[in-house]
Design a protein around this ligand. Structure first.
Ligand code: BGC
Length: 447
């Protein structure tokens, strides 16, 4: 269990060892043809990119994850290879980054509010920090960019983690109270909002193809870290007993939804789920059991308490009678060990819509790779698969690529998901060809 923390969330979902197999390849002509079927695109389609506060801002020292980054494991080692540190210094450079996003032709930006800045101590709210996020939303508006605001992207204040996090019965109320305060600062500028980002991810990790001992380590982790917390307790979204967190997170979405809908502002509010394209292989496949555990409680709630569902997809996962299978032999893998399988996006969208009957926004889709030609190919084919859903009448209203920037991938800087490269030493931004490619889709379809 020594290394159970040395994980990237994405790597765990893919479940395979890191293997950069960036193989440059030619673009599929079919994908290009499908992707240029502009006529099918709904009006005011959101073409954009996403980030999360913790992964790009830097120095979120009041956050649960910052605490986790700095815990010393037995023997004195750190749980993670990299610390987030200054990250992309987006906290200070957001104006430059939003301007860059707009210059690419994108019309929307998904970013998250960092709860630990806005409520640094329980019940003590910071108007000044909320104003920071208001300035971000206002900067988006100045550039004709729709702000898509995530109220919680994984990280919570450390005081919340020390009180039991999402395990605590009080957590839905605490989250709703924070949403009520936060929406007052940004609601009138928001164009779209999500309450929680991938609240099902802890469950997904348990259904991934990662080794059983790593899964067990994830469950045991909060107890180990709790020993370092002032209350003796530490609970974080991705680890621990998910059956305890699920009812509280469901309730948190419901209460947060109500708080955000109370306004100010009038914009769609939803929740984003991690949705792999889960495929059943053979008789007695565990695929449906995974769906029942990881999505269905959420989808039932979304059907009655959400304006839309956010779909976040990176790959597919095949299931036999034992559970998740490894990628097929010889399959191209991304640098976080997932199968290169862009068409997973369309399948995930179809499943999400069939189950919830709600409008869909793709709030994340992307690939970890050092070879941007593979990102371009992945994007083209994923968008083609999304467009085929739209052609079949599925109401998809936006595509927000993960991520705008190369950023902190929950413990490591090595996986590169960004459309824009960031030199961590100089903070210089350099758009990659994939950034211009997404801009082309956006420019072609903005009506
Ligand atoms: C998460 C991001 C993460 C990305 C890539 C998403 O599921 O929302 O925070 O960086 O996956 O792993």
């Amino acid at each position: 269990m020594d290394n159970e923390f040395e994980i990237s969330r994405r790597r765990l979902i893919g479940g395979a060892a890191i293997a950069a197999t960036a193989v440059a390849g030619s673009t599929s002509a079919t994908a290009r043809k499908l992707a240029s079927a502009k006529s099918a695109m709904p009006p005011r389609f959101l073409w954009g990119a996403a980030t999360s506060g913790y992964q790009v801002e830097g120095n979120n020292i009041n956050s649960d994850f910052w605490f986790l980054e700095h815990v010393k494991l037995p023997g004195g080692s750190s749980p993670f290879p990299d610390k987030s540190g200054d990250a992309c210094d987006h906290y200070h450079r957001f104006a430059e980054d939003i301007k860059l996003l707009a210059s690419l032709g994108l019309n929307s930006y998904r970013f998250s509010l960092e709860w630990s800045r806005i409520e640094p101590e329980k019940g003590e709210y910071s108007k000044a920090e909320l104003d920071h996020y208001r300035r971000m939303a206002a900067t988006c508006r100045e550039h004709g960019v729709t702000p898509c605001i995530t109220f919680n992207h994984f990280t919570t204040p450390r005081w919340f983690a020390f009180e039991g996090g999402w395990d605590a019965a009080s957590s839905p109320e605490l989250f709703a109270r924070y949403c009520e305060f936060a929406v007052k600062g940004v609601g009138d500028l928001a164009g779209l909002a999500t309450t929680l980002n991938e609240p099902n991810v802890g469950l997904m990790l348990q259904w991934s193809d990662m080794p059983a001992e790593v899964k067990a380590g994830m469950v045991a982790m909060p107890a180990m870290v709790g020993a370092h917390s002032p209350t003796g307790t530490f609970s974080i979204w991705m680890a621990g007993d998910q059956s305890k967190k699920l009812p509280n997170m469901l309730k948190a979405h419901e209460k947060g939804f109500e708080a955000i809908k109370a306004g100010p502002g009038d914009f769609p509010v939803g929740v984003s789920l991690a949705v792999t394209d889960d495929q059943a292989v053979g008789k007695g496949s565990m695929r449906d059991a995974k769906r029942a555990a990881c999505y269905e409680p959420w989808m039932d709630l979304i059907a009655r308490c959400s304006d839309f569902m956010g779909v976040q997809n990176y790959s597919r996962l095949r299931f036999d009678t034992e559970g998740a299978m490894k990628p097929p032999a010889g399959a191209e893998l991304t640098s976080t060990g997932e199968e290169f399988y862009p068409e997973a996006l369309g399948n995930a969208i179809r499943y999400a819509h069939a189950r919830t009957k709600k409008p869909i926004y793709v709030t994340e889709n992307g690939i970890a790779t050092n070879d941007d030609t593979r990102r371009v190919e992945h994007m083209r084919r994923a968008i083609a698969s999304m467009q085929s859903c739209i052609n079949d009448g599925v109401p998809v209203h936006g595509y927000l690529h993960w991520s705008l920037l190369d950023n902190y991938e929950w413990g490591r800087y090595a996986p590169r998901f960004g459309l824009v490269a960031v030199d961590l030493a100089t903070q210089v931004r350099t758009p990659k060809p994939s950034a211009y490619e997404l801009g082309k889709f956006a420019r072609a379809n903005i009506s």
